[in-house]
Write a protein that binds this ligand. Sequence first.
Ligand code: CTP
Length: 434
Amino acid sequence: MKKVITYGTFDLFHKGHYNILKRAKEYGDYLIVGVTGENYDIGRGKLNVHDSLATRIENVQKTGFVDEIIVEEYLGQKIGDILKYGVDTFVIGDDWKGKFDHLSRYCNMVYLERTKGISSTQIREETFNQYNIGIVCDFPNDNQIIKESQFVNGFEVTNVYCEDNKVLDKFLEKYEVENTCENYSDLVENSDIVYVRCEISKRFSYIKKALIAGKHVIYDPPATFKEQELQELMDLAKQKKVILMNNIKMVHIHVFNQLLWMTQGGLIGDILSFNCAISKNDVTRSNLFYDLSVYTLVPMLKIMGLDYENFDCIVKKDGENIEFASMNFAYPNSRAIITVGNKMRVDNQLEIVGTEGTIRMKNDWWRSRNFEIHTPDSTDVQVFNTNFDGNGFKYLLRELSNLLADNRIDSRRIQEDELLEIIKILEQVRNSSD
Ligand code: CTP
């Protein structure tokens, strides 16, 4: 019996898929089809898949050409499958020409001509809503939203507005954006989603204007220094039934959720201490301290909770600018220490000590692909890895895409009380003297 194997995502099943399966079967007696698993697609940055794995499998099955369906779960699985199933021929469309030549050491390789004029990408573009993103920017870089939005269904950055023309010129040297807006009202009017990427002092009013106009908003947090202003924005978003999403990419990344699961689920026992440090030296950003602090406070509040009993901090200021702060939170049976250096250098790291183990994330932990678990009774270190590329913005956009598709406005990955608590803490740090 001659066995043939082929692979694909088979999203929004179409004629091209049908044809390749039919022709693949003609190369043997038994056809195995590997359908990509959801985690595999997410890990390789293919976030635009619409149909669930169950639907995609069902559609492949329905063709009647397939004898066995397997799930492709990781990079490099294909060699193992060929050996495991005793495959004679590997078939794939010629959009992959040359990419799988190395498999010819194990079986025959056949590249088949693709059916012309159809693809899942094309169907997605024709079927689903397209959202224009407008970016209001004080900095000559886009935080990668332009590149990352290309990986997710239905988003395109089409508008930009910068108060400062010099910043705009630098921005346009780097990125191609269809429409340069004369003023902020233009940007809001022409966009479905506004990305607010500017100095903290301007965020509140930019966000508010966009929400009043009924536009969805992504913003770099903190939105404001005042708790009641954040509450006002959140209430306004609800009233207008639009999404107000902060740009904290970490909470959308698989590895961070795995870490939350492990700590909240008691896998390292009772938490004794949480230590987290971050620093960056960017002289062009006067209030960067607050942006950096948000990144440390999110995991702290998620893991340690909001019920700390006491808070104090040491700050080092240069005028209004905070260069360094050490924040100390006393919880009933544990302690959290957050160190933030803006200009002052500290080693970036995150360490959570529990009664049954310690979790460590080194270096740029907020965008790390892995964390380590050390247990007291073993010298072995367990490493949890996930694969993702880019800076994570695409995962945030995927969440936004899911919310829009389901008509939901609240992502719940960061809760309102956590966001309000962050502002409260930052307000106290801001008011403390050095
Ligand atoms: N295929 C084909 N003809 C098409 C589209 C796809 O022969 N018009 C083949 C691919 O070459 C591959 C298999 O079908 O061998 C599964 O492809 P998949 O990537 O799932 O489909 P696409 O339509 O190419 O999806 P996308 O647009 O998301 O890349």
